[in-house]
Design a protein around this ligand. Sequence first.
Ligand code: ADP
Length: 377
Amino acid sequence: MNIKRVGVIGGGQLAWMMGEAAKDLDLELVIQTPYQRDPAVSRATDVILAPIDNSSATAKLATLCDVITFENEFINLQELQFLAAKGVCFRPSLDSLAPLLDKYDQRSYLQSIGLSVPQFTALSSKADLEGVSQFPVVLKARRHGYDGQGTFIIQNHQELSATWNKFNCPPMLLEEFVPFTKELAVMVARNVSGEIVVYPVVETYQKNQVCHWAIAPGAVASEVTEKVKAIAHTLVAKLQVVGIFGIELFLTKNNQVLVNEIAPRTHNSGHYTLNGCNISQFEMQLRAVADLPLISPSLKSAGAVMVNLLGYENSQQDYPAKLHTISSLPNTYVHWYGKTESRPGRKLGHVTRLLNETELSQGKAIADKIEAIWYSE
Ligand code: ADP
């Protein structure tokens, strides 16, 4: 199939960064996104202004492109199945997304293919709630959670029922609180011919369930890196994925690796690849879905630190001066997504600082320094 136009469901910062890679590959992006002000609109050839889960809009999108991929998984899978049955090409396929969209289904699927996950159960009734005997536990919305919205660390029964009641008692996922030593993540891509490439394993840091920074490569034993890469291979081979997936993991004190979550698209933990690798996660996704050969990913320098620039004010008054200071640091690249609204905690941009051999052990200190500039009064 000769692919020239790639349809993307979602028009946020991920599609915006994909837009730059599309230009390099001589591909055009057509996006489906709700608002004209969304970041990727400026980099798209055509735009369908509609919510992500509007399948009639996706039918229209399909007439404007050769293949449809995703930057957002908050889709209505059942409705899209009708389009797939009529021959619309989704990459990754809807079948490979189906077990992943609901967090409870995802945990069950991962377990069924032999991957280790935190102990989990469904919370559907008052009896399930009363049966919980160990705290802390983690309560999660089964769908539409992101950046910790929908994830709650719960200390006791009272908090558990209050939180569940607040949402009007829907079916939710309940799981053990994992006392991890580190959080890790990895990006993995697979193309139509079954070629698989895995990016370096990174360490990530989440505060209040929101990613603050990622360091590549993560400082972990080679045995851990091998385990993570094996998980990545197993997952995309079993699901016959065409595209790129991000995998978030917990590392425990005895070097056990548990899968926390699968993002069936590019992911924040892979933003460092833009400046830090010979091929970015965005180009890799486009290569996979446009049937182009994959390129084996590697770091361009000894390492890289990615720091998210999260909103800390409702206006945007202070940001330009801070961005200027950060961009004048050595080997530092700033990406500012051009969002028109700032809110505390909103992802507005990110910074990648490349590390040389002697700086490899200073990744966290460098992330702290960038955050100190960004969040200073
Ligand atoms: P989201 O889909 O909103 O990103 P996640 O399930 O990935 O939500 O959780 C966000 C963060 O919350 C994780 O990166 C981790 O720091 C913490 N977290 C989630 N689940 C657990 C768990 N079972 N044990 C300990 N911490 C957890």
